[in-house]
Design a protein around this ligand. Structure first.
Ligand SMILES: CC(C)(COP(=O)(O)OP(=O)(O)OC[C@H]1O[C@@H](n2cnc3c(N)ncnc32)[C@H](O)[C@@H]1OP(=O)(O)O)[C@@H](O)C(=O)NCCC(=O)NCCS
Length: 382
């Protein structure tokens, strides 16, 4: 009656299960270490740009000046959206940003010059182009949701500055650009998280690269994964901009008493501080002060202290990214899509790695259903 002979019991949620080999991301949940291809996230957040990180994830080494220049040119050439995608965007009813992103990423595939070419060279070109385009797509979605007309990307600006420019119509300050660039770096990859695993499972069927990313976007949308950053901001706004900090404590205690999860806390792998949260906490503080909105950081800090004391849980990447994006003037509906604007670099790196050394991913399930065999009864006897 068991499925594979002498199969071990599966761990719920595949916790601590090593499901593949990968040369992209190193994660040590006990020491709070995150490294892309050996480079510590703290060094990358301090010194790199998102473009450096994309190259690193795709090639497993940092680019030379010439290679970086090449990648920047490829991003600039690939960033514009086909007119058909803008038309499709206009035709969608107002709704969830992740739903729109999922649909429009699929639409992008129809206009991709390499759509039917599955060679490694074409797949790499698609990875670069899709990473360039997702920034434009999400910024344009945000702009059009505010009633603005799409703004063409500026070839002189990088991914981070272009995003803010196409979203707001104004050249972003150096501080806002760097903050957003660091946010992109911090979100770029995270080993075998749910959406990356979804992308790799799809890639292992040898489906096309766009399909793998559409699947990943669907997985990222969930509130247990990337959707948590939007939930954090909704919680802060519900508590209220001018509310005393005790109100934040009350709101959290009420949630905990109802056994509800606090968005932005806890992690399957980290048993200590999420190293991404260290940077985002500081960014939330600095940017909040500069924007004259220190209350979101103060409220977040109070919540962090309480959740740590009551539940021994640390904030994850989504907790302080919420207030960081909010004080940058970004609408909540774009928070999770922005996660995708960065993570597409990691997703595509994993998809290319899977294609390069592929075997269909097809695990087994432990069967726990009705006894076999059941006698089939005609419908009138049931
Ligand atoms: C990230 C997450 C899905 C990891 O889940 P997991 O490893 O499966 O852990 P579990 O959901 O099994 O939680 C283990 C215990 O911690 C508690 N817990 C975990 N995260 C919690 C949270 N954010 N708030 C309150 N309690 C939490 C659970 O209720 C559970 O308690 P119990 O053993 O008393 O039932 C989970 O921490 C979570 O749902 N966090 C909120 C959503 C979020 O921020 N997601 C973004 C992740 S980057």
């Amino acid at each position: 009656m068991t499925t594979p002979a002498a199969a071990p019991k599966p761990k719920a949620g595949l916790e601590d299960t090593v499901a593949t080999s990968s040369a992209i991301c190193y994660l040590d949940g006990d020491r709070g270490v995150l490294a892309y291809c050996g480079y510590d996230i703290h060094d990358l957040a301090k010194h790199a740009t998102f473009e450096d990180v994309c190259y690193l994830l795709w090639h497993r080494r940092l680019p030379t000046r010439a290679e970086l220049g090449d990648l920047q040119s490829q991003f600039a050439a690939g960033r514009a959206l086909p007119e058909g995608v803008i038309r499709a965007m206009r035709s969608l009813p107002p709704g969830d940003g992740m739903d729109a992103l999922r649909t429009l990423t699929s639409v992008l595939a129809h206009y991709d010059a390499d759509a039917s070419d599955h060679s490694p060279q074409a797949n790499y070109r698609k990875a670069v182009r899709l990473t360039a385009q997702l920034g434009t797509l999400v910024a344009t979605m945000g702009r059009m949701a505010q009633g603005g007309a799409p703004i063409a990307p500026d070839p002189v600006l990088g991914q981070a500055a272009n995003f803010l420019y196409m979203l707001t119509g104004e050249r972003p300050s150096a501080l806002a650009t760097r903050a957003f660039d660091v946010a992109l770096i911090l979100h770029a990859d995270h080993e075998l998280n749910a959406s990356t695993f979804a992308a790799r499972v799809a890639a292992a069927t040898l489906t096309d690269l766009h399909s793998t990313i559409v699947g990943a976007i669907g997985a990222l949308k969930g509130p247990l994964h990337g959707g948590a950053n939007a939930e954090v901001m909704k919680l802060l706004l519900d508590i209220g901009k001018d509310a005393p900090l005790e109100r934040a404590e009350e709101a959290i205690r009420t949630k905990l008493a109802r056994k509800e999860k606090i968005p932005g806390f806890g992690h399957r792998v980290y048993h200590t501080e999420d190293p991404r949260a260290t940077h985002l906490r500081q960014m939330s503080k600095d940017l909040g002060q500069r924007a004259g909105q220190p209350q979101w950081f103060a409220m977040s800090q109070r919540i962090e202290a309480l959740v740590k004391a009551e539940k021994k849980l640390n904030p994850n990447v989504d907790f302080y990214s919420a207030s960081t994006y909010h004080v940058l003037g970004i609408a909540i509906d774009l928070f999770t899509p922005i996660f995708a604007v960065s993570r597409v670099s990691g997703w595509t790196a994993h998809v290319l790695e899977q294609y390069a050394n592929n075997r269909l991913i097809r695990p087994r399930a432990e069967y726990i259903g009705p006894e076999y065999p059941q006698r089939y009864l005609p419908v009138e006897q049931r």
